[in-house]
Each structure stands twice: as structure tokens, then as C-alpha cells.
Design a protein around this ligand. Sequence first.
Ligand SMILES: NC(=O)c1ccc[n+]([C@@H]2O[C@H](COP(=O)([O-])OP(=O)(O)OC[C@H]3O[C@@H](n4cnc5c(N)ncnc54)[C@H](O)[C@@H]3O)[C@@H](O)[C@H]2O)c1
Length: 442
Amino acid sequence: MSRVGIFGAGWVGLVTGACFAELGHDVVVRDVVAEKVGALEAGRIPIHEPGLPELIEKNRERLGFTADAAEAAQDAEFLYVCVGTPSTYSGDADLSAVWSVLDDLPPLDGRPILVMKSTVPVGTGDKVRAALDARELDHVGYVANPEFLAEGTAVRDFMNADRVVIGAYEPEDGDRVEALHETLGAPVVRSDVASAEMIKLAANAFLATRISFINEIANVCELVGADVEEVARGVGLDHRLGPHFLRAGIGFGGSCFPKDASALKQLASNSGYHFQLLSAVIEVNELQKRRVIAKLQKHLGKLRDKRIALLGLSFKPNTDDMREAPSIVLASRLLAEGAEVRGWDPVASPGELMKGVAICESVLEAVRDADAAVIVTEWDELRDLPSPEVRDAMRNPLIVDGRNLLDPEVVEQLGFAYEGIGRVSSPFSGLPETPEPEQKPA
Ligand SMILES: NC(=O)c1ccc[n+]([C@@H]2O[C@H](COP(=O)([O-])OP(=O)(O)OC[C@H]3O[C@@H](n4cnc5c(N)ncnc54)[C@H](O)[C@@H]3O)[C@@H](O)[C@H]2O)c1
């Protein structure tokens, strides 16, 4: 069993740390945010990720937390970099947190391996290698080992990985990282460092492409009277295509797809290539969120003083991550139109990101006297949204289903107007008829 130091206690660092501890390794996770470390030491997990608190609790003996870089690095055979790499203003990846890990490294003995799990532009490995050499850390190995977990299913994704990608300069370093994952039994892809970096960016860009593709198909479906749900099912059953990431909706958000698509586009452009397809994927996604506004206007006319409930605020269900959530764009567009916006989410707290939005404790509170309810994130809790109780609470019973979560027929039967994405919409056709009370014989 190995000793692993992890830099970054976010989604990737915590899941990686907990899973390596579960595999029997000794792990210390380091973060620069002292409050985060304090919370973790006290047994409080700062993110909402199903299964993670239990896994951390179970492996407490082999899993420590610290704010001290030297403590995480001490005797570590592997130094995992799991820090954030958000977009800069130029759309490139901001690698300042990666460089801060290097700055914080204490003198190291033996041959520890710095393993890059953060998503980084192609060429980062070469730069980090050079920086290590310049700091007289040439005895430290370097391996690119990108992460593919998805928030909401992160623990399962790590423990049942589709593949483990390992790009190494020295084959022996790659062998050691491969051995660290041995008990997972996942297929291993060995490559050079640049290709491992590109595998991660290409995989995310391709997933984003599938989403924008089906969203454009949905937009055409609306114009020609087809139903994108049926189309996606028919397309996805083709074994050459598969069903994944063919769910039409109001577009992707989150901490990865938008920034990784942008980073790959900029990487190409910095290298002299205009990545046209990816530019279109990003633009389609931007426009897709805004289509909700037009759908609302179609039913309500001007949105000034209309009360709109945004239901589901995190960028996807089963996470409290608000990074690049479509709800943020929608809320600010609605506020700009003069609408009164209410928001509800079972776990996310948008705080300053949704200034001007009244955050409600329950769905019922959010939809009370609303002119429309918009399903922004497909939380399971919203499957029951179409109910007589909700209909009666709303001023105008309109549901805009931004994730095609509901069955339009059921929604219509319950007396709502319905707008989905890429499916036939239905105007408000009146409340269902209540049967006449039976006449009692005189
Ligand atoms: N979140 C995901 O679903 C996901 C999936 C795959 C890959 N990734 C990639 O993994 C990386 C991390 O993502 P995340 O979502 O976990 O980020 P995050 O922002 O949730 O966590 C990063 C953590 O690193 C800490 N940090 C910054 N500098 C540090 C330093 N010098 N030493 C120790 N800690 C430091 C921050 O305080 C923060 O807690 C990113 O490159 C991301 O693109 C993320």
C-alpha cells in the first residue's frame, strides 16, 4: 500500500482521497483554505456529493486533512494535484493554483511522483517538468492522470472507472501509477503526457458537442413538429452512436464542460488553428439557455412584473455546485426583463450569484402566485411538480420544462400550459372538468 498526498480538497481531491483510502492507501489531503480543512477534520464535508461523507467516515483511519503542504508531502510516494483550473478572461485555463502547488512543495527525498489530476491544457506537463527540474526536483517523477468523474456520481465513477489514463515521461513512473489503481480493475490507457492531457479535453469537448447537437435538433423539432425525445431514442439505439448525452435541454453548465471546451478552443487558437466546431458548440449552448426567455414571452408577453419561479439552481441534480449553472444566466436575464424571480433548490445555496432572486424553502413557496415555473435542473423532487396543489398556488399555471423531465400529457391533463424543449407545446386549455355533484332524490 502506498502513501498519497493530495493537493486540493474540492470535488476531485476529496473523492480521489477517499477512494484511495478505500483501496487501502494512506492519504493526506491538503487545502489552502483553513476553514475547509477545519470542517473536514471535524467530520463536516463542505460539498454535496452522494456517498462521499460515508466513504470519508469509513476510512477515517487512513485519511487525514491538513493545511500544511509539508505534512501532505511527507513520505508521500505520490503527490496528486487536484486544484482548480478555471477559465481566465481570455478563455485559457488559469494554472495559478497548479503553480502554487509547486511553490509549496518542501524538499523531497526519494522518487515521489507528481501526478496531475487537474484538467490542464496540452503542454502543461512539459512546463511543470521544466519547473521541477529548475527547482532541483529533477528526481521527482511526473505523470498525467486526468480525472473523468462526474459530480453527483463521483464516487461510483472513480471506483468503477471506464478507464484510467496514464501519460508518463518515464515508463517506470507510469507503472507505479498504474499499480496504484490495480485493484480497481479498470482498463488502463498508457500514452505520452501530451496525449493524456488531450484525451481529457477531447472527451469533455465531445460530450459537450453531443449536448449542443441534440439541442439544435430539438430547436428544429420545434419548428417542424417533431418530438426530440422520440428522435433521441431512435438515434441513440444505433449501436454506433449510443444513447448517452442525447438529452435535449437548456444547455450544459458546471465546472468542467464550459471551461474545458473554452480551454481547448483557445489551445487550438493559440496554436494557429480555428476550432470551428467547438466554437459553434459553445455558442449554441449560450443561446440555448436564453431560449427559455422567448418561451416565457410566447405565453406571457412582456415579462416586466411577472413572477417567475426557477426550480433547481445547481448546474445539475445531486450536486450543490453552482459553477456556470444555467440558472445564473436565466435569473439575470429575467431580472433584466423586469421580472420578479424566485428560486428553489434542494441543496444549492447560490448566495451572491443570484442577487435579486428570492430564494425559497419549498417548491410551493417558490411557485405561489407565479406566472410560470421553469424546471432548470432535473431534480427528482420536481417529477411531482404538476399537481392540483401547485396549479392552484400559481397565478398562471405555466410550466416551462427546461429538461424535458415531465410527461406533457400528464401536465396538460392537470390543467397546466406546457413548454418543453423540442416537443410540441400546449397552451392553457382550461382546468379539468369537475364532475357535477349527483342530485339527491327529493
Ligand atoms: N468537478 C468535477 O466534476 C471534475 C471532474 C473531472 C476533472 N475536474 C478537474 O479537476 C480539477 C479540480 O476540480 P474541482 O472541481 O475538484 O475543483 P475545486 O475548486 O472544487 O477544488 C479545488 C481545491 O483546490 C484548493 N487549492 C488551491 N490551491 C491549492 C494548493 N496550492 N494546495 C492545495 N489546495 C489548493 C482550493 O482551495 C480548492 O479547495 C480541475 O482542473 C477540474 O477541471 C473536475
